[in-house]
Design a protein around this ligand. Structure first.
Ligand code: EAX
Length: 324
């Protein structure tokens, strides 16, 4: 063997060793049960990633807050103790303030509108901000339009909601908006929520139908109002520790797998929104379907000037007037 071919053989063996050494099982964490939209998304992500990387990357799922609440999991992704996080935007604004604009109530008019904005240049621009904050955002996923539940009374108008103590996500925009609704916002991490509802520490909470179902909130909440007051995006976040070790081709595979996951998630969110209310009724919840959404939206009027200043009136209009 010539020196050259020996060198090549050695390089080949070294490359093989490196790629074997890099074969990895990624830790994927999320806050809901495995049969939720996040679980469906995680499974789709894992299958697609494994296929696209010829089995080099597989996943292990950690559902139901096994790796901590959403804020803790995002912190974990920053330092590399968690590889992938499927999370609502709830606490993400504390890391990447650019996501907060998506948390404004009544901003998105429906699922198609939200998808068109987030899948277009506006959504991409926000995803592109993550690396500056020590995170990689692979794609927008979905949590769904949020609805109010509580243990006290049926809520149809802001007057009915007045004075209720409601858990909000650890999200500045949500807390401010809930104050305008006359509600006492109580920020709390999701893993503490079931017990807080059970013990009456808070009167209620708000979440998409799929979350209310999977977290079994019907066991601790009597009233559900179909307020659909805010769209709740989700994100598929990757640790930069993983990302920095990937080839360009692998990066594409991760992005593609995340897109597949997002599509699966969105489908499950829709199924739950359409079929889940009947299930919650069967489980004993009293459902207020005819909510005066215009009255809730009107309560936010005073905040809108502040949001226009904080996020830019042009940006808000670009979202509001986006085609879908
Ligand atoms: O991401 O904290 C929340 O209410 C979220 O919507 C939930 O954890 C799903």
């Amino acid at each position: 063997m010539s020196i050259m071919s020996r060198a090549l053989a050695f390089a080949g063996a070294a490359a093989l060793l490196t790629s074997v050494a890099q074969a990895a099982e990624l830790k994927v964490g999320y806050s809901l049960s495995q049969d939720s939209h996040y679980g469906v998304g995680a499974t789709a992500f894992g299958e697609e990633l494994e296929k696209l990387t010829d089995g080099k990357f597989t996943i292990k799922q950690y559902p139901a807050n096994a790796l901590g609440g959403e804020r803790e999991m995002v912190e974990g992704a920053q330092i590399g103790t968690v590889d992938v996080v499927i999370t609502s935007t709830g606490p993400v604004g504390n890391f990447v303030p650019e996501t907060l604009i998506t948390d404004i109530p009544f901003l998105f008019k429906g699922y198609e509108h939200a998808h068109a904005v987030l899948d277009g240049p506006i959504g991409q621009e926000i995803l592109d901000k993550f690396p500056e904050h020590g995170l990689i955002a692979l794609a927008w996923g979905e949590n769904g339009f949020r609805n109010l539940t509580n243990s006290k009374r049926a809520v149809k108008t802001p007057a009915d909601a007045e004075g209720l103590k409601i858990r909000t996500m650890e999200n500045q925009v949500h807390m401010e908006a809930f104050k305008e609704f006359g509600i006492l916002p109580t920020p709390m991490a999701f893993p503490e929520l079931f017990t807080a509802l059970q013990q009456g520490t808070v009167d209620g909470q708000e979440n998409p139908i799929g979350v209310i179902l999977s977290a079994k909130f019907s066991e601790v909440q009597e009233h559900l109002s179909l307020t659909n007051h805010v769209y709740s995006p989700a994100l598929i976040i990757l640790s930069p520790v993983v990302w920095d070790g990937l080839t360009d081709e692998e990066k594409d595979a991760f992005r593609q797998a995340a897109k597949t996951a997002a599509a699966a998630m969105r489908k499950k969110v829709r199924d739950d929104a359409e079929n889940g209310v009947a299930v919650l009724k069967e489980q004993g919840m009293t459902v207020t379907e005819e909510v005066d959404r215009a009255a809730f939206e009107a309560e936010l009027e005073p905040l809108m000037a502040k949001y226009a200043e904080q996020f830019g009136a042009d940006r808000l209009d670009a979202i509001r007037n986006h085609d879908h």
